[in-house]
Design a protein around this ligand. Structure first.
Ligand code: PLP
Length: 388
């Protein structure tokens, strides 16, 4: 048998392992980031209507249904002043996950280097590997209560082999939202070195402090940026898998070429429902953020009271903590023991690192759960000090 040289083969993700552990122990699962309540009733009804009316029950058009592409274009223009042609510059995908896969398969070849912010979302490493690329992590490091991008390190990571920078803001798992100055510096570097940038902006509507700035809106960036987003997090329907890519025609066409051999198309009726969701009034998005702020604060305060060092996130669903104040140093061992110790499941950040040691003492908790679930988790975590 040929050697198993593909590192992602045969493994189960940490999320599967920890969710199984949650099930077995009855622990509160703050591991995987999915909400425990569904999104707006009106959007669910829109999906039911589409199903009943026979819209999207057969293969939708390869680039996505026109209603959704138009809605994405309207959204980008209204929110960010970015104009995209729905016919040539927008592609609908099976969630952001497929958008990431198709983008990397389309643009990255054997030996090409992809710079990605570490810790990174788990599918990045797998997809860079599937494309035959080489990942070059640039590590975000905690300082003054938040994670920061070291711009010198980013600059030093660029070589003649760099194919693209893969950015994620708001950032999972650290909850960091890149600042205007940081994004401007990334843009300057990309223009100077003539690089493509792929930005994963699935948490664009989950910025709790500050504002989301799409990299494509910076000078010189529209023509070299592929922006990826998705309905899953914004509308609390992570199972629907409706995502999209926006960018100039040549880049979007390349991604579509790869995408057509992955799923071809997906989520027909849900595409119509998300087209409606994207035009929900501002009050929907404001309430989403306000509710999430409350959740973040319940869990962050609980974690602080339990003795963790807490990096209070400016966005996303996640809080990264440092376990060293609890006398612990190994996040893997800590997370494997946590369900038995106090009935809560979390994820060791080390799984999001190439430099595992950098991530060893950090642990991620998801706060996209009902307030009472978070309060109960906080209560349980308070017992940690006693069981140390
Ligand atoms: C959840 C998530 C995704 C996947 O989005 P889907 O639309 O569910 O495929 C992509 N990137 C990041 C950073 C995420 O947290």
């Amino acid at each position: 048998m040929a050697a198993m040289t593909k590192e992602w083969l045969g493994g189960t993700t940490i999320f599967a392992e920890m969710s199984a552990l949650a099930l077995r122990t009855g622990a509160i699962n703050l591991g995987q980031g999915f909400p425990d309540t569904d999104g707006p009733e009106s959007v669910r009804e829109a999906a039911v209507r589409a199903l009943r009316d026979g819209r999207g029950n057969q293969y939708p058009p390869g680039p996505g249904v026109p209603e959704l592409r138009t809605a994405v274009a309207d959204h980008q223009r209204r929110r960010y002043g970015l104009t995209y042609d729905p016919d040539t510059e927008i592609l609908v995908t099976a969630g952001a996950t497929e958008a990431i896969a198709a983008t990397l398969l389309a643009l990255v070849g054997p030996g090409d280097e992809v710079i990605a912010l570490e810790p990174y979302y788990d599918s990045y490493a797998a997809c860079i590997g599937m494309a035959g690329g080489v990942r070059v992590p640039v590590t975000l490091r905690p300082r003054d209560g938040a994670y920061h991008l070291d711009l010198d390190e980013l600059r030093d990571a660029v070589t003649d082999r760099t194919r693209l920078i893969l950015l994620n803001t708001p950032h999972n798992p650290t909850g960091t939202v890149l600042t205007r100055a940081e994004l401007a510096a990334v843009a300057e570097l990309a223009v100077e070195r003539d690089l493509l940038v792929v930005t994963d902006e699935v948490y664009e509507h989950l910025v709790l402090d500050g504002e989301h700035l799409p990299l494509a809106s910076f000078p010189g960036m529209r023509e070299r940026t592929l922006t990826i987003s998705s309905a899953g997090k914004t509308f609390s329907f992570t199972g629907w898998k409706v995502g999209w890519v926006t960018g100039v025609p040549a880049l979007v066409t390349a991604v579509r070429s790869a995408k057509q051999f992955l799923t071809y198309v997906a989520s027909g009726p849900f595409q119509y429902a998300i087209a409606e969701a994207l035009s929900l009034p501002d009050s929907y998005f404001d309430t989403l953020r306000a509710d999430l702020r409350v959740k973040r604060d319940i869990l962050a305060d609980g974690l602080t009271a339990a003795g963790f060092d807490v990096y209070r996130p400016a966005g996303t669903y996640f809080i990264t903590t440092d376990i060293r104040p609890l006398g612990e140093t190994d996040g893997f061992a800590f997370c494997r023991a946590l369900p038995e110790r106090c009935g809560v499941v979390a994820i060791p950040n080390a799984v999001f690192y190439d430099h595992e040691k950098e991530g060893a003492p950090f642990v991620r908790f998801a706060f996209c759960k009902r307030d009472e679930v978070l309060r109960e988790a906080a209560e349980r975590l308070r017992g940690l000090r006693d069981s140390a």
